[in-house]
Design a protein around this ligand. Structure first.
Ligand code: TXA
Ligand code: MG
Length: 340
């Protein structure tokens, strides 16, 4: 794992595809976040993904395809309701968990007998997958535990020297990951809220939220150091939710400033003025949650670049895309959630 990492562009898709066919890893843009891809049918290639990311081997990967016909090789059973979903949401940010065929190595699925599959909606991703002509396993292209990459520079920061190539496709569109839907139970179950909302899915099939998702904003802070930390910058993130968000952040700011802690607030345009001269990480307008979602990971990384030790974040309503935003912010905050 000692590479002179190449930065590729649209005109180098064939180079990237050839690397995949040779069993190497390539980072590529999707409409959600950058992925770190390798041939999903080659266990040795998949092992390189885990090594480059420092990812625990029991955390399964999403397999990316460019043509629904590829499902035949990957999935042993395709319920009719799933075909309805692929017709509506693919290509797009919806990942479907289905029973796997023996062709899918267990290293892709973390030992599970199911496989997660999606067809990304990004011209470079689709061109790359088509050229490789293989199913490509790809987690987000960050060092495990760090915020997901929404720009090639984020991937470079985390993985330069650890992978042979990165395809630069500029900023990703959604900026948050796909929705993961388990289709092996009834009703289907949302394991990870994402760019496709639960409300959108419910228009086509019955879905429920995984009960584990309900514990994201606990009454009392959970003990620190638990396994939950994810998407985390070096700075400590404190998520503040409820009806007194601004007042509570103001109180906390006074305390931290007295203690000399280098602090910033991740806030919406409408409320930024309430924090005086404290540095702001700008989420954009509260009326545009899609924009907020697309900025979160970049802002968490920016907090580190600017050397903040502590970042207070304004929470949003836990519905529609707000549910996805709150899920990611809660994971970045770990136990540091204040409910007002
Ligand atoms: O938008 C995305 O989904 C991005 C882009 C690159 O496609 N990928 C991504 O991958 O976010 P990753 O590895 O960071 O997250 C994959 C998620 C994890 O939460 C994993 O536990 C879940 O999908 N997953 C994968 N296979 C699964 C399976 N067989 N059963 C249940 N969950 C699974
Ligand atoms: Mg990830």
């Amino acid at each position: 794992m000692d590479f002179e990492t190449k930065l590729l562009t649209e005109s180098d898709i064939d180079v990237a595809a050839e690397l995949i066919r040779r069993g190497e890893c390539v980072a590529f843009p999707t409409e959600t976040v950058y992925g770190l891809g390798a041939n999903a049918l080659d266990a040795a290639a998949v092992a390189k993904i885990y090594a480059a990311k420092g990812r625990p081997s029991d955390n399964p990967l999403i397999v990316h395809i460019h043509d629904v016909r590829q499902l035949q090789d990957l999935v042993s059973e395709l319920p009719g309701a799933v075909e309805r979903l692929t017709a509506v949401f693919w290509p797009g940010p919806l990942t479907l968990v289905l029973p796997k065929t023996p062709a899918v190595p267990v290293s892709v699925t973390g030992g599970l007998d199911t496989v997660a599959v999606r067809m990304p909606d990004h011209p470079l991703a689709l061109a790359f997958l088509r050229a490789a002509n293989l199913p490509v396993a790809a987690p987000s292209a960050n060092i495990s535990g760090k915020p997901s990459p929404t720009r090639a520079s984020h991937v470079w920061h985390d993985l330069a020297g650890r992978i042979p190539a990165i395809i630069d496709g500029g900023e990703t569109g959604w900026g948050v990951e796909s929705t993961v839907l388990d289709c092996t139970c009834q009703p289907f179950r949302v394991l990870r809220p994402g760019a496709v909302t639960v409300e959108q899915l419910q228009a086509y099939v019955a879905v429920e939220l995984d009960p584990d998702l309900e514990v994201q904003a606990p009454e009392r802070p959970r003990s620190p150091g638990l396994k939950y930390k994810h998407y985390s910058p070096e700075a400590q993130v404190v998520l503040v939710t409820g009806s007194r968000v601004q007042e509570r952040i103001q109180e906390e700011l006074r305390r931290q400033q007295q203690a000399g802690v280098k602090t910033a607030v991740m806030a919406f345009t409408e409320t930024q003025a309430e924090y005086g001269d404290v540095p702001i990480l700008d989420l954009g307008s509260k009326q545009n949650l899609q924009q907020a979602a697309s900025r979160i990971y970049h802002l968490l990384r920016k907090a580190d670049h600017q050397g903040f030790e502590l970042v207070f974040v304004e929470g949003v309503e836990d519905e529609d895309l707000g549910r996805t935003i709150m899920n990611r912010l809660a994971k970045a905050a770990g136990p540091n959630v204040i409910r007002t």
